[in-house]
Design a protein around this ligand. Structure first.
Ligand code: SAH
Ligand code: SF4
Length: 361
């Protein structure tokens, strides 16, 4: 029989599972806390369980997720964690120092089917959904790396790493519920943001399943250009996307984040900024302008600072909050759109890991 992965179970399922082994349900709660709150990597660490139970668990269950292979440290303090799945696939998560605390950028898939031409993840030949344990384990390994380095813990989680989260809806929602569980990592939904390229039918469903923050990769304000930049637009165009944003069950005092990758001479004109102000009118949004992050062989270029600040000014003059994203972690290939799971990538200039992978994996 295949071992049961306990990391994938809800608290109730885990309590039931230990019941099938003849144990009291509270043992299930203890195991849940070991896995999700304390980030145990083995049954051997679960010191308040009897040796007999730990041995039984070794035979019938696992708690595997992903393993840590290396940590790249950027000159700006950003860390990229290089991870591997049990079937040998590579993925990445990034820890980014931000003014409002450390933010972890979480991956939801290996590769991505959407195929945005500016994004390196889209170019990965391998594509698959990450399982729920593979998603939550990114956060648990991040936590260990920070603890070992004596650094502050992660405050915000953003699902803006590799992949399209809403293409992996069930696993992402299960991971979100687990990460928000009081007996687990206990993240507040206010501190979690899920970003989508615009999978319209799933947007409202996400908001109804978990009250997390929503981010949309807009990236173009007319359909012909967005068809090219975010190809899912051919299926769900701007009109349908904006309608979905109006329907999103946005909790009070929150705003939808609009991401806009600014590419030189492609989508950085004053006219496009004007169109954006009318497109988004009446929506509670804040806008993040992300200057294109380059990589070798890219078909786009980083815009001039003047073009980006002009774009921002037009938005702010119409009353929108518009921020320009700093390109954190560019030197280690950890910035937006630079994640492709390659360890030997030319962008990885700083190889010095603060934590030896072996102590954490
Ligand atoms: N697939 C989801 C989640 C990933 S978020 C989504 O697209 O929303 C990744 C963010 O980085 C998106 O907003 C995307 O538009 C942006 N991005 C992708 N490639 C980029 C690049 N080369 N430079 C800057 N931003 C990029
Ligand atoms: Fe996929 Fe997002 Fe990259 Fe587009 S930007 S290819 S949707 S990960």
């Amino acid at each position: 029989m295949e071992p049961t992965n306990l990391k994938a179970l809800t608290l109730d399922e885990l309590r039931d599972f230990v019941g099938t082994l003849g144990e009291k349900a509270f043992r299930g709660s203890q195991i849940y806390e070991w896995i999700h709150k304390r980030g145990a990597r083995s049954f051997a660490e679960m010191s308040n369980l009897s040796k007999a139970l730990r041995e039984t668990l070794e035979g019938v269950a696992t708690i595997e997720g992903v393993t840590l292979e290396n940590v790249l440290l950027s000159s700006d303090g950003t860390r990229k964690l290089l991870l591997r799945t049990t079937d040998g696939k590579r993925l990445e998560t990034v820890l980014i120092p931000m003014p409002n605390g450390l933010t972890q950028c979480v991956s939801s898939q290996i590769g991505c089917h959407i195929g945005c031409p500016y994004c390196l993840t889209a170019k990965m030949p391998e594509r698959r959904n990450l399982s729920m344990p593979e998603i939550v384990d990114q956060i648990y390994l991040g936590r260990r790396v920070l603890e070992e380095a004596g650094d502050e813990p992660v405050r915000n989680l953003v699902f803006m790493g590799m992949g399209e989260p809403l293409h992996n809806f069930a696993n992402v929602v299960a991971a979100l519920k687990t990460l928000m569980h009081q007996k687990g990592a206990n993240y507040s939904s206010r501190r979690i943001t899920v970003s989508t390229s615009g999978l319209v039918p799933k947007i409202k469903e996400l908001g109804e399943a978990v009250p997390v923050n929503l981010a949309i990769s807009l990236n173009a304000v007319t359909d012909p250009l967005r068809d090219r930049m975010v190809p899912i637009n051919k299926k769900y165009n701007l009109e349908r996307l904006i309608a979905a944003l109006r329907e999103f069950p946005l909790p009070p005092r929150r705003r939808i984040t609009i991401e806009y990758v600014v590419c030189k001479d492609v989508n950085d004109s004053a006219e496009e900024a004007q169109i954006m102000t009318s497109l988004l009118s009446g929506l509670r949004v804040k806008i993040n302008l992300i200057p294109f992050n380059p990589y070798p062989g890219a078909e786009f270029e980083t815009p001039s600072d003047e073009a980006v600040t002009r774009f921002q000014r037009i938005l702010t003059e119409k009353g929108y909050q518009a921020n320009i994203r700093q390109h954190k972690g560019r030197d280690i290939g950890a910035a937006c759109g630079q994640l492709d799971g390659k360890v030997d990538e030319p962008l990885a200039l700083v190889r010095g890991s603060t934590v030896r992978a072996a102590t954490v994996a």
